[in-house]
Design a protein around this ligand. Structure first.
Ligand SMILES: C[S@@+](CC[C@H](N)C(=O)[O-])C[C@H]1O[C@@H](n2cnc3c(N)ncnc32)[C@H](O)[C@@H]1O
Length: 405
């Protein structure tokens, strides 16, 4: 089993799949509609789908995918909790880094990928305005119409005076100068699954069995998959027979597109993952793929397509390599705990008023969850990429682990 239970603030003991709470009839009907669509696509494709395509449909099929349809997703009433939902301290620390980089750039816009409930944007904007940071527009590239509406409502309530500076985008702009940020975006990108049998690479696919979705390990037919697995083996050595894992083949084209539009500025990405040598350790032989459903974590991605999140950890060496190929330099890589402490988490906490007991205790608890090694502190990492911006980042001043990538 993967040894991680990421993107969950509180960690429930991992239940067996049959211990998950049963969805209601409407939710099951919704999932059945998405399954029917996937089964049609399997038939049209000659009997198999790459896992990457299955994950794409499961999460992003128009009107039906997990991130596109109306499920609650984030927060206590949803399926998982992300750092910006845990504590405003997360955004306040990111704001320190953003203000510093905007200052070095002489201004610029901010673009957030996949803005979730809009809480990070609201907290970040409040902190930037409070600190009088110079920036132009705050753009949100959001794939989900439902989340856009939720973000708009959050921002209208929290920062009404700034609404005219907030724009929603469907795709990357043609040119961009400024900062691009994304929290837990890379882990939501569809991945390919692969296995090793007798030294050969197999592809993890989704097929139909008696009108139900099933997993199958077949001769690869996804372009680039075998070469990518062999490139991993070039770093970590031959993977053992029976080994299974995932690989994100979308990372490289995505960063190429990002690098092409960024005229000058930085990209700051926060996610859970490892350097390549650690990600593809021989003992991590069932990969890192996990599903989140109502704060339960399990490992069956075919269970209820459309109702559960599916994620894979991030290979940060792959991010650094793809960034380099895209003309983006590595500004730093460190743990979330180190990054937040280096950008003033303790100072921000020290400024909270203990007399306001409820708020103070919430901030202390949030800081613990964000930084303790057994919580999110070590498992989550921050990577900084830059183009035309030669400036040291304070977030990497305590501990830069870039040489491990
Ligand atoms: C786990 S959620 C995180 C949401 C939010 N950033 C947070 O921290 O609460 C992942 C988000 O990434 C978005 N996403 C995935 N791939 C993306 C891409 N290529 N461009 C923009 N957003 C993307 C998804 O739509 C989803 O909203």
């Amino acid at each position: 089993m993967p040894d991680t239970v990421p993107n969950c603030a509180t960690r429930p003991a991992r239940p067996r799949v049959d211990e998950l709470p049963e969805p209601g009839p409407d939710a099951l009907a919704h999932s059945a509609r998405l399954q029917a669509l996937i089964l049609d696509e399997i038939a049209a494709a000659g009997g198999r789908l790459s896992f990457d395509r299955y994950m794409e449909l499961s999460l992003y099929a128009p009107g039906l995918g997990y991130y596109v349809a109306g499920a609650r997703k984030f927060g206590a009433a949803g399926d998982f909790v992300t750092a910006p939902e845990i504590s405003p301290l997360f955004a306040r620390c990111l704001a320190v880094q953003c203000a510093e980089l905007l200052g070095a750039l002489g201004g610029g816009d901010i673009l957030e990928f996949g803005a979730g409930s809009g809480v990070l944007a609201a907290d970040l904007l409040e902190a930037l305005v409070e600190g009088r940071a110079a920036f132009g527009a705050y753009c949100i590239l959001e794939l989900s119409p439902e989340l856009r509406e939720r973000q708009r409502a959050t921002l209208a309530e929290r920062v009404p005076d700034l609404l005219s500076r907030i724009r929603w985008l469907d795709r990357l702009p043609e040119r961009f100068t400024g900062l691009m940020i994304g929290n837990e975006v890379l882990d939501a990108m569809p991945v390919h699954r692969f296995g090793i049998a007798d030294g050969a690479v197999l592809e993890g696919c989704v097929v139909a069995q008696r009108d139900r979705l099933a997993e199958a390990w077949l001769e690869p037919d996804s372009p680039g998959l075998v070469d990518a697995v062999r490139a991993v083996e070039g770093v970590v050595g031959p993977l053992p027979d029976g080994y299974r894992s995932e690989i994100n083949l979308r990372l490289e084209p995505w960063l190429r597109a990002v690098g092409a539009v960024l005229t000058a500025g930085a990209v700051l990405l926060v996610d859970y993952g490892y350097p390549r040598a650690e990600y593809y350790r021989a003992e991590r032989n069932t990969g890192t793929l996990l599903c989140h459903y109502r704060h339960r974590v399990h490992a069956d991605p075919l269970r209820w397509p459309g109702l559960q999140d599916i994620t894979a950890s991030v290979d940060f060496s792959a991010v650094a390599l793809a960034a380099q190929a895209a003309g983006l330099g590595l500004a730093g890589y460190t743990t979330q705990a180190s990054f937040l402490l280096a950008t003033g988490l303790d100072r921000l906490l020290g400024g909270s008023d203990p007399a306001d007991v409820v708020q103070h205790l919430a901030l202390v608890q949030g800081a613990k969850t964000l930084t303790l090694p057994g919580e999110m502190g070590e498992r989550f990492k921050v990577i900084g990429l830059a183009k035309g911006l030669d400036h040291p980042w304070s977030g990497f001043a305590f501990r830069d682990l870039g040489d491990r990538l």
